[in-house]
Design a protein around this ligand. Structure first.
Ligand code: ASP
Length: 354
């Protein structure tokens, strides 16, 4: 059971009571949608590695960072309270629909989503494809639970609110703010299991930086997103199954065929190097591609593009190359692609444009 007496929110709640009332009607309105994660996690002590995600509710989260009320009028909604390792389609559809509803409201200027770091890159990219608004949508997270010594959640949350309330953040696609960096949802990836500086945007670079609420923007979005995206959740009640299989020495076709047998309409290969794999695996995928399973080659390597027809003959095998997208993001794009088409040329075009 969490020992919460020294939690940062306890101290911060006292500060809230002492915070003077600001001219709230002049501030932008930011809605906070909480989904759980370590930012809402609690441990038995402030120096304990073991903890449980999703213990703190959205009201406690808001009360914990009273300084954010100087940046925006805040209201919170609890969408879920889970570790993001448990993120699932039900929460995704609920979250995306709520973001679209809120973003369409004239009195909402921006949206912050609190999330776990494990799958934030997938949720962010999914929203980047299906949110229909230019208003800032900013995900944030923490590597240390709220009870930890030097918890990183409060400042990440403060910075996320600052970015969501910033007019210059509009039209840059869905953003992720963690540890002073502003990432594009299509580019960031988690690179450390424990370090606070876990997120990098290896190929596409940072959208900007934010220090104590002061944001600097360096670039616009890379790839189609939000209002320019061809994807939508209108009429979508379920997303197609797409599995990821990782390549390695002596790889065979067992897991590939198991994915197809489980009903996967697409398979992403986290290939070695430039999306490579053994001849045995290639042959298993060749057979599935002939039956209409969409095969996308990505890479298990942290950075670098997977190009078409480099060592693997994509044209001959009817494969798609993931280009800039890592396996987890390629899976998100392929799932959305399969809601519209199974035409390989069109799917390859999506990988070029998103
Ligand atoms: N397992 C946690 C989660 O993704 C890790 C974190 O939030 O940092 O919810």
């Amino acid at each position: 059971m969490a020992r919460t007496s020294f939690a940062w929110w306890t101290v911060a709640a006292i500060v809230t009571l002492m915070t003077p009332v600001f001219a709230a009607d002049k501030l932008p309105t930011v809605v906070v949608l909480a989904t759980g994660g370590t930012i809402a996690g609690a441990a038995g002590s402030d120096v304990q590695a073991a903890y449980t995600s999703g213990q703190v509710g959205v009201d406690q989260l808001l009360a914990a960072v009273p300084q954010a009320k100087k940046l925006a009028t805040l209201r919170g909604e609890q969408i879920a309270n889970i570790g993001s390792q448990d993120m699932n389609d039900e929460v995704w559809l609920k979250l995306a629909r709520r973001v679209n509803e809120l973003a369409a409201m004239a009195d909402v200027d921006g949206i912050v989503i609190t999330h776990g770091t494990d799958t934030i890159e997938e949720t962010g990219y999914f929203l980047n494809l299906v949110v229909k608004s230019k208003k800032p949508v900013v995900l944030t997270a923490a590597m240390r639970p709220s009870t930890a010594l030097s918890a990183d959640g409060p400042l990440n949350f403060f910075n996320a609110v600052a970015v969501a309330a910033n007019k210059d953040a509009a039209g840059r696609g869905v953003l992720v703010v963690v540890n002073d960096w502003i990432h594009g949802a299509s580019s960031l990836t988690k690179t450390s299991t424990t370090a606070v500086q876990t997120f990098l945007s290896p190929l596409r670079g940072l959208v900007g930086t934010v220090a104590y609420g002061e944001a600097e923007f360096y670039r616009g979005p890379v790839g189609k997103n939000t209002v320019d995206s061809e994807f939508s959740l209108d009429g979508v009640t379920a997303l197609p199954r797409v599995d990821i299989v990782m390549a390695h020495e002596n790889m065979d076709g067992v897991l590939i065929n198991a994915a197809a047998a489980a009903g996967a309409r697409g398979i992403i290969v986290a290939g070695v190097g430039n999306g490579n794999m053994t001849e045995t695996a290639l042959n298993a995928l060749r057979q599935l591609a002939k039956k209409g399973v969409v095969v996308v080659r990505s890479t298990r390597v942290l950075t670098g593009r997977v190009g078409r027809n480099v060592e693997v003959k994509d044209d001959e095998l009817s494969f798609v190359a993931s280009l800039d997208l890592n396996p987890q993001k390629a899976r998100v794009l392929l799932r959305m692609a399969l809601t519209k088409t199974s035409d390989l040329k069109q799917i390859q075009r999506y990988f070029e444009e998103y």
